[in-house]
Design a protein around this ligand. Sequence first.
Ligand code: BGC
Length: 436
Amino acid sequence: MRTSPFPSGFLIGAATAAHQVEGNNTHSDFWAIEQDPNQQSFAEPSLAAVDHYNRYAEDIALLAAAGLNAYRFSIEWARIEPEPGRFDSAAIQHYREVLDCCHRFGVTPVVTLHHFSSPRWLITEGGWEAESTVERFASYCGQVATELGDLMEWVCTINEANMGLQLYAVARDMAATMMPGSVQVGAPLDLGPLMARSMAPLSHLFGNIEPGRIAHFLTPRTLTGNDIIGRAHQAGRAAIKAARPELKVGWTLSLHAYQAEPGAEASVRAEQDAEFGQYLQYMDGDDFVGVQNYTRKRVGAEGVLPPPEGAELTQMGYEFYPAALAQVVREVAAQWQGPILVTEHGIATGDDTRRVAFIDEGLGALRQCLADGVDVRGYLHWSLLDNFEWMLGFSRTFGLIAVDRATQARHPKPSLARLGAYSPRPQPTEPATGEA
Ligand code: BGC
């Protein structure tokens, strides 16, 4: 397998999300739910997570030392705006230091402004089903771009904008359980019934809103909520561009590689349109699209098929199928005439040699996309660190770096260096001020 570097300027990096790694995200909706003794959806609370809020410099140093040249992380809205309209200058200063740290290590930051968790007050206002969220999100985006835009380049407004409708599709039949990989996120397989029984005791957390109106980002979305997310992205992009026209702005989408068995071609086209095509209307004016993929989905005449007999499965129960990434990248490029950034691709496994194979196969197929003229600008592996896999807790290990949560000590896995070998800048840049 070739591990020679990608062309100069290509981003090779790793990704994280604030709530999954920082710890103590106390003003967020998920923190409130996780702490509630009656909640049933989270296997465990995030607590200190992997303390990235305090250890980001060590983590970025490890990333750079392995030769990676990009780091995707998210800014936590609940920290920046803990109460409606009140922006926290200490939190803004923290993210200035994170951005600054990236630059000192020669690492290009890719910043996500919303990665699933939201301020708790937003859910009280109706969350991702409320019209007011469009303006609330735009105001937050404008504030971040004004305060931090001088250190930013690539900005993802919303992570996996299409996740809520995917959750709706799998939860639609409340009696049904999902198949592993039905949605590419850490959710239990009985999500539908679980949501139905677990929301009622939580309404006191959000101003006694009716349980059916609790709309955090990982609850099933209505079509109205889906459109609100699309327009929040557009309004957020406009606010960012008003403050900093030079920033590259896009959003990210969770995309499966659909493969049709004979007779299933039409239903696969419908699935692809539901997952990607319908979102193009909101992307007019975007500078790039973030593509996120973990596996393929085979569809037969009777519906979605389980992984083939004997297929290797990941800790998530997904089929090991790294080349799915190149398939979705090509499908996106057929409908979207702009740059593509792979903002997530990864594997939950306790066997790092399988992560190395996943990276090798995924990047091998991606390199072929470039050779064929597809405009891919970078690859950001999920994830830099073992972390909090949402409702499944810390049990799934996606990281290039292991973390001993008793001591918070970091242990880079061989896959970190392997990914670095693909970077056009294999030699780490020394920080200007001796940080490490
Ligand atoms: C999300 C991540 C998540 C990953 C692995 C993506 O859906 O953006 O937050 O950890 O998949 O499940």
